[in-house]
Design a protein around this ligand. Structure first.
Ligand code: NAD
Ligand code: IPM
Ligand code: MN
Length: 349
């Protein structure tokens, strides 16, 4: 059994990750954890490197990461994120970033029409290409003549494999989102790969939207979506929208995975929330649900389902943190979840 590397990170990362680990422990799956608590902004500030080569090697050997969040107002965001989170996503070739959005209770949707809604979609974000490769550079920096270029990289292999995965996990259909009416070369490549993928899966309902209208429809009619597959940047943005219409970032989980190498990094969609860090009030459910995605990835399907059921129960009962209408602290919310998990008799494994 591989050790699970735990990287709590910064801000609310350690607060919510602790609850995820305790919940995975409570499931009694025999998982073992190794915490790399030094991979954070304090280390980056004092040494210039948050994740050493030895850390990366250790993580690569395990191939399994439970991640909190990184980011600190004192640190230049781009270089730090590139050296830790993006290094792991790209370095481990975790090309699938799966971000489910499910409305756990109708009172949580901020949409104007408050009637019950069946929101249950997945943003499938290409996780290794697009604007995130770091290809580009700048000249004449700091002058009026400065030129800055960040290339948006799309490859036939990269686009083809994420589209293939979208069809593999579709329950009701796949919607591909791009900006091929404006972005010429990448747009053409996504459209060509999309035509091939559709032809290979004629039985799966398939639709295409430009990203601007996809953002609009995620707000006006999120129920129509099952799998939305898109590039790295659009997936980043659309997954915050889908999270919000389904109850907020406090509930949004994600899995960054590669089904060929079986590596995976599991993390809440949210960041380090400096505005509430240290107060013990962050919602731990996004981290706990990310832990459930990790359990599912390891084959513990009924354990993951038991966690999701317990989330439905505590949310409906209002036994949760303030962001979703409760009054509990992070620790109390985690404990309430585990109490329901255990009183429901666990899971059959
Ligand atoms: P954020 O997701 O940290 O916070 C956005 C808003 O959502 C804030 O008001 C915050 O209080 C609220 N929020 C987020 N998670 C919550 C939770 N679990 N419970 C209750 N409320 C919650 O986004 P931001 O403010 O743009 O970013 C803060 C830092 O986090 C930045 O440094 C950013 O780069 C970093 N970040 C990291 C990750 C990651 O590590 N995966 C993801 C996003 C942002
Ligand atoms: C996310 C975050 C990251 C991203 C940042 C922190 C680099 O916003 O995981 O959604 O852009 O992918
Ligand atoms: Mn994001």
């Amino acid at each position: 059994m591989r050790d699970i590397i735990v990287i709590p990170g910064d801000g609310i990362g350690p607060e919510v990750t602790r609850q995820a680990v305790e919940t995975l422990d409570a499931l009694g799956l025999g998982l073992t954890f190794v915490e790399l608590g030094h991979i954070n902004a304090a280390t980056y500030l004092s040494t210039g490197t948050a994740m050493l080569e030895a850390d990366f090697a250790r993580i690569r050997d395990s191939g399994l990461v439970l991640f909190g969040a990184i980011g600190d107002p004192r640190v230049a965001a781009t270089d730090y994120a590139r050296s830790v989170l993006l290094r792991l996503r790209l370095g481990l070739d975790l090309f699938i970033n799966k971000r489910p959005a499910r409305l756990w209770h109708h009172r949580l949707s901020p949409l104007r029409d408050g009637s019950p809604r069946d929101i249950d979609c997945v943003i499938l974000r290409e996780n290794t290409e697009g604007l995130y490769t770091g290809v580009g550079g700048s000249v004449h920096e700091g002058t009026a003549s400065e030129v800055a270029i960040d290339a948006e990289v799309s490859t036939a292999m990269g686009v083809g494999r994420i589209l293939e995965h979208a069809f593999a996990i579709a329950r009701r259909g796949v919607c591909m989102v791009d900006k091929s009416n404006a972005v010429r070369s990448g747009g053409r490549l996504w459209q060509r790969c999309w035509a091939d993928a559709r032809a290979a899966h004629p039985d799966v309902p398939a639709a295409h939207l430009y990203v601007d209208v996809a953002a609009m429809k995620l707000v006006s009619d999120p129920e129509q979506f099952d799998v939305i597959v898109t590039n790295n940047s659009y997936g980043d943005i659309l997954s915050d929208i889908s999270a919000e219409v389904a109850g907020g970032l406090g509930l949004a989980a994600s899995a960054n995975v590669n089904p060929v190498t079986r590596s995976g990094l599991f993390e809440p969609v949210h960041g380090t929330a400096p505005d509430i860090a240290g107060q013990g009030i962050a919602n731990p459910l996004a981290a706990i649900l990310s832990g459930a995605m990790l359990a599912e990835w390891l084959g513990h399907t009924s354990a993951a389902e038991a966690v999701r059921k317990a989330v439905s129960v505590v949310v409906a009962a209002g036994q949760c943190t303030a962001d979703i209408g409760g009054t509990l602290t992070t620790e109390q919310a985690g404990a309430a979840l585990r109490a329901h998990l255990l009183s429901a008799g666990g899971h059959d494994e």
